[in-house]
Structure formats: structure tokens, C-alpha cells
Design a protein around this ligand. Sequence first.
Ligand SMILES: Cc1ncc(COP(=O)(O)O)c(C=O)c1O
Length: 408
Amino acid sequence: MKLKKKIPLIDQHNKSGFWGGKFGGSYIPETLKKPVEDLTNLFEKLRNDKKFLKERDYYFKNYIGSPTSFIKLQNLTNHLKGAQIWAKMVSEANGGAHKIYGATVHCLLAKRAGKKYIVGDTGAGYAGKMLSMAAKKFGLKCKIFMGAKDIKRQRPNVIAMKKNGAEIVPVYSGSQTLVDAVSECMRYWVSNCDTTHMCVGSTVGPNIFVKICGWSTAQISKELKLQVKSEFKKIPKKIKLINCVGGGSSAYGFWSEFIDYNKKQVELIGVEAGGPEGSKLHAAPLSRGAKIGILHGAASYVCQSSEGQINETESISAGLDYPGVSPMHCFLKDTKRAKYVSATDEEALKAYVLIKKFEKINPSLEPSHAFSEAIKIAPKLSKDTIIIVNSCGDAKKDKDILKAKLGK
Ligand SMILES: Cc1ncc(COP(=O)(O)O)c(C=O)c1O
């Protein structure tokens, strides 16, 4: 199956929900068939409903604070003496990251579905923080599933979720990270789907959850396209859009309006978590040759053993520390429309230090992976090449890790 033009990637799956005929799908228990069907029907109806779109746009602008700014990193550009480096400051969105888009849309859907409760998963804590914020705003009772290891390392976001009145359910199984939180959240939804809406925090999970999340974060590239055209009068001849990839929601949102462009003009580069230097553990299924497997109700490239057991992953960044990835990114990889590389923990930290030094912005450890790739390639490129990095999260949540690693 080939990529089609003029059709959003979220809709380029076959009747059974597979992108490229093999990624995605909906591997769900019988009890979830009806709730998933109801949610699919609701979403497909509302995405074409003018009143709903007006409501969504109102909250994107007046609650989230869209559009976020598009800035030139002039000092870094001067220092690296190559391509121009720009950043889309998605970290300015209310709450500090792109996860607010999906959380807001899911709360609006839950209200329309007449649900009073909402549940979600979180790794870095941003998906949970945003869901708790939006749930509070829209009057929904919220429960967040979070791995015990992540609760320890992303304390500021845990405090924020509690302040917003969310119940945090610590997950002690497996690696006690995002993968286990998503599993536990889905398990909970199976028994509570009559009263409760589920928000999946990234473009992963059964087909409909991939679509709702991608539809929500696509706002980022809608804004970016207008900002690029306004800055350069047209889409420049050589642009590289660099984004970190965990489950893939910020990368999809950042790229969606640009997928139709020729890759020689607009190159899409995804940066996965390469883990600690010298370690075999990583969270980079696309760039380190993982095989296709089933995880969280969908088929994708998954870090797994030769027997098909999900591998333990490791990354300094809780948001990227996930063994699977969106089926849409698997399709973009197979069609060679996007290129996927990885950055190690050490490279991401070095990039963070450099960005902070030259630009006084504070990207979290997830986008620091993307900045690391930008810093690597910029010196080799001409001055008329435009690199744009999605600075999709703020590092306030990482203050304990940064203090431990950098000593300040
Ligand atoms: C700031 C930030 N960036 C990136 C990610 C990775 O997720 P995704 O690939 O879905 O954007 C996370 C996940 O928690 C995050 O908090």
C-alpha cells in the first residue's frame, strides 16, 4: 500500500483499520467491541459537525493558547555555522506540552457521550497532567494510571495531577513505566466502559484512539504551515522537520500538513530514545530494527525478544520510554516518507545544555532528543536549509533528573 495524497494519514487505513495493510487494527476483547464502535461513530460524526469544530477551535485558542510561537534560534544557528535552526514552541501550550490537544478533545467527546468519568495513561506525566486539567475544566472525574518508576522520576507532574483532583493509580507490574500504565488503564476500561471514557495519551492503541489523538495534535502543523508561509513567503525548498518519537503523537501532529510534500523539499526526521550509551536497552523500535508485534490492541514495530516477549526499554526520558510506536509511523517508515534515527541519553542531555546556554529555552528531555539530531546535522548543511524542531515539552517536570545528572 502506498501513501495517498490529499487524504489525512489518520484516514489512510483499510476497512479493518490497518495502515499499509499491516499496522494498526483493533485487537480488543469482545466486551469492548460495542464501546469502541460507539466511540468511532461519535468521533466520525463530530469531526464533520460545524458546531463541534467551532467548540474545539474555541478551546484550542482560548484554553490551550494556540497558536504557539515559531522562533528562530539565532545564537545556536550562529554557533553551529550551517543550516538555520528554528523551533515551534509547543511547550507554550497550556500545561507545557502537546498532550493538552488530545486531552481537550477527549474531554469534549466524553461530555458528548454523556460520560462522567475519564481515565488515561501517562509516562512523563504530561498526558496525565493535561487530562487532569481538562477533566477539571469540563467537570469530569479523572483517574490516571502511571508506572511507579515514572511517579518517582516525574514528581512535578504528579503533584500537578493531584492538585487538579485526579486519582493517580500507581502501576507496579512489569517495568513500572508507560507500557504497564497503558495496559492497566485499558484493563480498567474493559470493566468500566459503560460509565467511563478512555483517553489514550499517544497515537497508539486500537485504531480509533490513534485517529482521535492524531486528529487533535494535527493542530500543530496547521499552525506551523501558516507560520512558515508567513515567514518565508512560501514553503522553502529545503526544510527538515525534526521531532522526538515515543508513541508518535507530537511527531504526527507536527508533520501531518507536510506529508504530501516531496521528501527532497520537506524531510521528516523522527528521533527515538537510544537509551544510555553502551547499553543494549533502548526505546527505538523504528530505528533499531524491531519486528512487528501486537501491543496495546494494535500491530506495530515493537521491541521484543525472539520469542515475541515485549522487551524492557530504558530511556532518561519517561515520555519516550515505550517499546511500541504508532502504526502511522510504521507506515511512514515503510513507505520511506519519514526517516527515523535515535539519540542516546547522553546526547539528549548535551543538547539540553547547549540549547539552554545559547537560547535560554528549556526543552524537556523528550524534545532534547530531537534537538540533538538538529545539532548533529546542522553544521553539515547549507545556510538556506531550514531545520525546524518541535520543542514539544517544558523541562520543569525533569528538574530532579537534570539536577542529578548535571548537578544544578
Ligand atoms: C514532552 C513530551 N514529548 C514527547 C512525548 C512522547 O510522546 P509522543 O511521541 O506521543 O509525542 C511525551 C510523552 O509523554 C512528552 O511528554
